[in-house]
Design a binder for this molecule. Structure first.
Ligand SMILES: [Zn+2]
Length: 243
């Protein structure tokens, strides 16, 4: 990943592998020192977690083919790199953290000859087209950018289409601005925690401006007609973060 994507990893990354949901939950508490409440939620909605210098994987999850296991490892290692760049967890827009992790994971599979980015793009476009509720109220990136806001989105609409949308958004940004710019965006959080200023400085537009352009792009590429509904009202932040 360092060679192909310039994603630097810490000198030491510990990988924990668990044989099912219960051991995964216990591991989150004992090995990653996640709170019991958050560990219960995470083990329910995630099969892998990338944290500072460590990834935790639930290998007991059903339907885990070899290719999907590779995708998951590359996805979580991308989070480890993002966290290292940003100097901590939960920094940067969460949809971009997830979308970039998917982009790197799919690109890794493509390099291994196991999948292609273009087939993932097609699958993602059709996935979100079949989940009309996903875009109810537009993209609402302001609300969905925080870890709890993103979690609520994928709990409400399902992990698969939400991650497919996050991938398409990151893919659009990477196509226009390059992976280096996205990497520099995460690194900027080591200097400042101002998510709005960091986004604008890295990409030359505000989150709201990106959202408008993204909707127009989705309308063209995915054949979506997203109503220009007002963004979701500010959400009370009580949910867990999904690293
Ligand atoms: Zn992730």
């Amino acid at each position: 990943m360092t060679k192909n994507f310039g994603l630097v990893l810490p000198d030491r990354v510990t990988v924990y592998v668990y044989a099912g949901r219960r051991p995964f939950e216990r591991g989150l508490i004992q090995d990653a020192r996640v709170s019991p409440v958050l560990a219960a939620k995470l083990s329910d909605i995630a099969i892998g977690v990338g944290l500072r210098g460590q990834i935790l994987l639930n290998e007991g999850a059903p339907a885990q083919t070899g290719r999907e296991q590779l995708r998951l490892i590359a996805h979580e290692l991308t989070h480890v790199s993002q966290i290292d760049l940003a100097g901590g967890e939960g920094r940067g827009e969460q949809w971009l953290a997830e979308g970039m992790a998917e982009w790197v994971a799919f690109s890794t599979l493509e390099r291994l000859g196991l999948d292609t980015l273009s087939s993932r793009r097609l699958a993602a476009a059709s996935g979100i087209r079949n989940h009309a509720s996903l875009l109810q109220g537009g993209l609402a990136l302001e609300a969905h950018g925080t870890p709890p806001g993103f979690t609520r989105w994928h709990v409400r609409d399902g992990s698969l289409p939400t991650y497919q949308l996050a991938f398409l958004m990151a893919d659009h940004l990477i196509a226009r601005q390059g992976l280096d710019t996205v990497r520099a965006y995460f690194a900027s959080f080591a200097q400042s925690s101002d998510r709005h200023a960091n986004f604008r400085r890295a990409f030359g537009e505000s989150i709201t401006e990106f959202e408008s352009g993204m909707l127009a792009h989705l309308n063209v590429t995915a054949g979506l007609l997203v109503p220009g509904a007002p963004a979701e009202a500010a959400l009370a932040i009580t949910g867990p973060s999904v690293p």
